[in-house]
Structure formats: C-alpha cells, structure tokens
Design a protein around this ligand. Structure first.
Ligand code: GUN
Length: 300
C-alpha cells in the first residue's frame, strides 16, 4: 500500500485564492483593505527570506503590507513603541514580529505587547487562553493549517484518535487544543513518553512536530493513518555532493508512506501552508475589527 500524498503547495494556493476573493469583496463592498505589519529585528538570513515571502504573498492577495526592518541593536523600548503605534493604527489588522528576536529583547514581553485581536501568530497569552477554553481566538498558523488539511481529508474528526508528537507552544500544544476542539481523543507525546512507538501506533491522526530528523518510521504508524509532518530539518546529503544538505521532516517518509493512508511530504507539505494561513488570519482579524462575517473555512 502506498499513501496518498497531501499536496500542501496546492492546498496553500487554494487558501490564498479564497483569501484574495474575500479581500476583493471587502474592497468593493466596504472600501476596506486588510493590512499586515511584519517586524524584523536584525539580519538573520532565514528570517529575511521568510519576511520577504510574507510581504510578497500579502500583496499578491490584495492586502496592504507594512514591513518594519529594525537594526539588530534596536532597544526593547523602541520595539515596544513601534508595536504600540501599530496597535493604534486602524489600517493595520495583523501584526507579526518575526522570531527569534536578538538576545537583549525578551520574546514574551514583545509577543504580549501586541494587541490580542491583531496577534495573527496567535502567540499572545490571551489567545492561548481563549483557544484552550474554546473561545474565539487568533490561532497559530502552522497548527491551523494542519487542522485545515485534516478536515479536508477526513471531514468530521470527531472520535478519531490523534497523537501529537512534540509539546512546543508554537505547534504541539495549540495543535492538541485544536484537535480536542474538533472532538478527537488527543495524546501529546514527547521525549519522556514511555513506549512512544506504541502510543504513535494508536493514532488515526499522527502529527509530528519534534524537530528530530526522520524520527518516526513506518513501524510507528497505524496502517491507513493520516500523518502530518511539521518538521523541517536540514541534514547532510553526501549523495548530492560534498557539503550539500537536504530537507527532511520528523517522519521517515519512505517507510511511513508505505503504511499510512495519507501523508504530507517535506518539503511541499505543511511548510507552504503557514504563510497562507497567516494571510487567512489577517483577513479574519480585519473582519472581526469591522464587525463583518468571518471568512468561511479559513478559521478554527
Ligand atoms: N519564526 C519562525 N516561524 C515563525 C512564526 O510562525 N511566527 C513568527 N512570528 N516568527 C517565526
């Protein structure tokens, strides 16, 4: 048996098209254009690439993009002052501060300075609490993208056995909350979990978000399960030449895809979904700010 490949690139394109169509209607019907502000402190090369892609895709769906690039030695006070300005700016519906921030800046202080209703990352402590208590929240992009793919595959998730491997605040914990909200039976497995292979093997839905290259092999997967691989790991690829690297997930694709019913590849699975969902979250924030109906199928 060979698993269906869940094409995250195509799925992300569908989401962007839905967002773009909704944005176009907002402009015509209400003369409102959603706006996303992205802050980058310092010159981390990977962050620069992410921020550039976010800005480009924001414009492509018809939204306004506001980029704020600050030098690495920017004081925390100055960063907080910028966030306060963006919080007060009615043209800005979403604010994202690219992480990591330099060491002299406290990440939690920055995240919690963003107005919760503009926190399109869903990292603010209020949004974490709202999600955990089943209230209307801004939901972190990567887990929300995974949930969308799972709903597309399964329809109703109710009663399914879901195992999330990894307990990060960005993916593992919010993913578990979202699956619980959709009435799955949820287990969070992590580095201290006993018999982790057996735990994973119970899963109808297996979400891997641990950051350990190819840790989950086919013999951890229940036949027919849906496997969502959030990992993006760069490992040496001597077969491609000296010093070359390749991207792999937390799942050993070759063995897992022989057992699973459906699986996301790396690259081309969850990765492309994150920015698409960020745009969806910005649209949602804009609709909420203007007391307009939320976009269908783009929220938790
Ligand atoms: N850095 C890497 N991923 C993310 C993300 O999802 N949000 C933010 N703000 N920074 C990141």
């Amino acid at each position: 048996m060979s698993a269906d490949i869940i094409d995250g690139k195509a799925f992300a394109a569908t989401i962007r098209a839905k967002v773009a169509a909704h944005v176009a209607r907002l402009k015509v019907d209400y003369e409102i254009t959603p706006g996303l502000a992205v802050i980058l402190v310092g010159e981390d090369p990977a962050s620069q690439v992410y921020v550039r892609n976010k800005g480009k895709q924001t414009l492509e769906v018809g939204m306004n993009s506001y980029e704020h690039k600050l030098p690495a030695d920017t004081s925390q006070e100055k960063l907080l002052a910028l966030i306060a300005d963006l919080n007060a700016d009615p043209a800005v519906h979403g604010i994202l501060c690219q992480l990591p921030v330099p060491d002299h800046i406290d990440e939690a202080t920055v995240i919690n300075a963003i107005a919760p209703e503009k926190d399109v990352d869903g990292f603010h402590i209020s949004n974490v609490g709202l999600l955990a208590t089943g209230q209307k929240a801004m939901v972190p992009c990567t887990p929300l993208g995974c949930l969308m793919m799972l709903r597309e595959r399964h329809g109703d998730l109710s009663g399914l056995e879901a195992v999330v491997v990894g307990r990060s605040n960005i993916v593992g914990k919010p993913m578990a909350q979202l699956l619980l909200r959709d009435s799955c039976t949820v287990t969070i497995a992590h580095s201290r979990t006993r018999d982790i292979q057996e735990v994973c093997k119970r899963a109808d839905i297996l979400v891997a978000a641990v950051g350990r290259p190819e840790m989950i092999t086919g013999d951890w997967v229940k036949p027919g399960a849906t496997v969502i691989d959030v990992g993006i790991n760069r490992i040496p690829a001597p077969e491609k030449g000296e010093g070359k690297m390749r991207l792999v997930g937390d799942v050993d694709f070759d063995s897992a895809s022989k057992v699973a019913g459906a699986i996301t590849p790396v690259p081309g699975g969850v990765g492309p979904m994150t920015i698409a969902v960020l745009l969806a979250n910005t649209l949602t924030a804009c609709c909420r700010a203007n007391d307009l109906p939320e976009p269908e199928g783009l929220t938790a």
